[in-house]
Design a protein. Structure first.
Length: 214
């Protein structure tokens, strides 16, 4: 089976290695737009768009319907089995979505919000599985609660100057320098990094006749 990760994230790549020894990376490059309002729905919609984009490249006439969370249908344009895995992660504080910072001052604003408080990290996963002539689309979302220690102005400034916050949702990376500010995690740590691999494995176990990664 051809296994495709629809992301260029090195963090998701490393996490997926816990499930598959061999897979390829075809990053989704389309615009990230959403119409949903609740965080778990937003991340699932965004992940589904990424999966659909990659499937369009593989099999144009059988592209995914991103308006539904689970579907099963036939596919006639290919005889090659494939699995597309797409994910999207957002950070939410007090109902507000914190994306990637636009600049250093924006990063500082977000870190001031997170410092000393609890926020949520949502990752949506979209799978498109084509095997034995059948196509399945599956989506789910995982939520993890993260508590930050209080941060001083000097800590925030030094962290921003490290450059780590600038390409990450919520302006921090838990697997890097940002981990020193995390007081506790309630839920899946891997979900905060970018891919809930344990939940993903459990989903695979429930798919009938799916060849488990190991």
């Amino acid at each position: 089976m051809r296994v495709i990760l629809a992301s260029a994230s090195p963090r998701r790549k490393e996490l997926l290695k816990n499930l598959f020894q061999n897979f390829e990376i075809i990053p989704a490059t389309g615009d990230e737009t959403y119409t949903k309002t609740h965080p778990p729905d937003i991340v699932q919609q965004l992940a589904a768009q990424k999966a659909a984009e990659i499937e369009q490249k593989l099999c144009g006439s059988c592209s995914a319907d991103t308006s539904i969370s689970t579907s099963s249908s036939t596919c006639t344009c290919t005889d090659q089995d494939y699995l597309i895995i797409a994910a999207d992660t957002i950070v939410v504080f007090d109902g507000t979505i914190l994306g990637k910072p636009h600049n250093k001052s924006h990063a500082a604003e977000m870190l001031h919000l997170l410092a000393g408080n609890v926020h949520q990290v949502y990752t949506g996963v979209a799978l498109i599985l084509f095997t034995q002539g059948r196509r399945q689309a599956i989506q789910f979302a995982e939520c993890t609660h993260v508590r930050f220690y209080p941060m001083t102005e000097a800590e925030i400034e030094a962290y921003i100057e490290s450059g780590e916050p600038m390409d990450k949702a919520g302006a921090y990376g838990i697997q890097g320098i940002g981990g020193r500010f995390v007081q506790g995690v309630e839920g899946d740590y891997q979900n905060v990094v970018g891919l809930p691999a344990a939940k993903l494995y459990q989903v695979f176990k429930k798919i009938k006749d799916f060849p488990l990664p190991f």
